[in-house]
Design a protein around this ligand. Structure first.
Ligand SMILES: Cc1ncc(COP(=O)(O)O)c(C=O)c1O
Length: 400
């Protein structure tokens, strides 16, 4: 009998060969085997608002969304997304032609790249980058051009910053689009108004499209401010903005995301999206429409809850001896392990469950320039306070 796998040609195609396995699977298996607290993956350990869950149950019982919803998303959700963008940012979108509901932000990213890239087009992306970016660029046949965020010392402690000159230099005649992420996973950096203005100017000058992943738009702390790139001059017509109910309402399993952009861009992205999932998450779309209309107090309380968790974990990590990049946004904190006498994040994370009963992720997996990411390790703080307290207590063993 001839086995397919005995063929000399690998089953996984060349475009995806480097994406065969992820560190998350390995780390989660390690967490399960050792009973370690999993601060590796970014999902909350409490569900979002009860009334939103109830809204999903109601939709399911009332037979709303149990069959294929409309391709662009149910009208209620498209209207709610448009109202949210208007209320919060003064951005006006036509719910019928300028909003597209997707299977999470992940599909929005993939569909955008599949729609907008020709093979060989270059995509400039901030490094470290959320892990689906590299795979989505590869699936679309694009070439990724990373621009590395670099550590800087500031009065508020160390932070990762974008070097605008490096960004400018990364753009060539082959660059089709910029793929941005702010607030930024894994560094917690929130791009400033001045940085966004410079990016906007560059995009206009070089006639680039921009896909901007703003899934942590509601998780910005202290004096940081989230400003959508689409609000800058010349950007409304060239920007695909991506949001996610998973991140904003703590229902990551529902996979409800969305795109806002011009009718032409939405039409292009929908062309790819319709052959990926066609539609997804029927009843949940109705529930998220209600969630987006929650009063400001919900968003404020969510932000405050995560800020308190950030403070707890950041302080605990500092006490345990890590260098801490206090995040201005997201629910991740990046640390430097060199103060602990370590330099290899992979080896450190593989040993951490045994040493301290905690799982973290080596930032190097989010880099093309692995050396640049080697000494950094990411912890998620979207967990219950007692879980974080227990983790902090365990991590103190490292300081000993
Ligand atoms: C930056 C970023 N973009 C997108 C996603 C995926 O969002 P979704 O679960 O809505 O697909 C994540 C999830 O961790 C993320 O961190």
């Amino acid at each position: 009998m001839t086995s397919m796998s005995s063929s000399a040609r690998p089953l996984l195609n060349r475009r995806l060969a480097e994406f065969g396995t992820t560190i998350f699977a390995e780390m989660s298996a390690l967490a399960a085997r050792t009973g370690a607290i999993n601060l590796g993956q970014g999902f909350p350990d409490t569900d979002g608002p009860e009334e939103v869950r109830e809204a999903a149950v109601r939709a399911l019982r009332d037979g709303r969304g149990n069959q294929y919803p409309p391709g662009p998303g149910v009208p209620e959700l498209r209207a709610a997304v448009a109202a949210h963008q208007e209320r919060r940012y003064g951005l006006s979108f036509d719910p019928d032609t300028e909003v597209l509901v997707t299977a999470g932000a992940t599909e929005a990213i993939a569909a955008s790249l599949l729609a907008l890239l020709e093979p060989g087009d270059e995509v400039v992306a901030l490094e470290p980058y959320y892990d689906s970016y590299a795979a989505a660029i590869a699936m679309a046949g694009g070439t990724r051009v990373p621009v590395t965020l670099r550590p800087h010392t500031t009065d508020e402690g160390p932070v990762f910053r974008l070097d605008l000159d490096e960004l400018r230099d990364a753009v060539t005649d082959r660059t089709r689009l910029l793929l941005l992420n702010t607030p930024h996973n894994p560094t917690g950096t929130v791009l400033t108004r001045a940085e966004l203005a410079a990016i906007a100017e560059l995009a206009v000058e070089r006639d680039l499209l921009v896909v901007t992943d703003e899934v942590y738009e509601h998780l910005v702390f202290d004096t940081a401010e989230h400003i959508p790139l689409a609000t800058f001059p010349g950007m409304r017509e060239r920007t695909v903005t991506i949001g996610s109910a998973g991140k904003t309402f703590s229902f990551t399993g529902w996979k409800v995301g969305w795109v806002t952009a011009t009718p032409a861009l939405v039409t292009a992205v929908r062309s790819a999206k319709q052959y990926l999932t066609y539609v997804a998450s029927g009843p949940f779309q109705y529930a998220i429409a209600e969630a987006l209309a929650l009063p400001e107090s919900y968003f404020g309380a969510y932000r405050e809850d995560m800020r308190a968790k950030r403070d707890l974990l950041a302080a605990g990590l500092a006490e345990a001896g890590f260098g801490v990049f206090r995040p201005a946004g997201t629910y991740f904190v990046t640390t430097d392990i060199r103060p602990l006498g370590e330099s290899d994040g992979f080896a450190f994370c593989r040993g951490l469950p045994e040493r301290a009963g905690v799982v973290a992720v080596p930032n190097a997996v989010f880099y093309d320039h692995r050396d640049a990411g080697a000494p950094y390790v990411r912890f998620a703080f979207c967990k219950r306070i007692p879980v974080l307290e227990e983790a902090v207590g365990r991590l103190k063993a490292l300081a000993g």
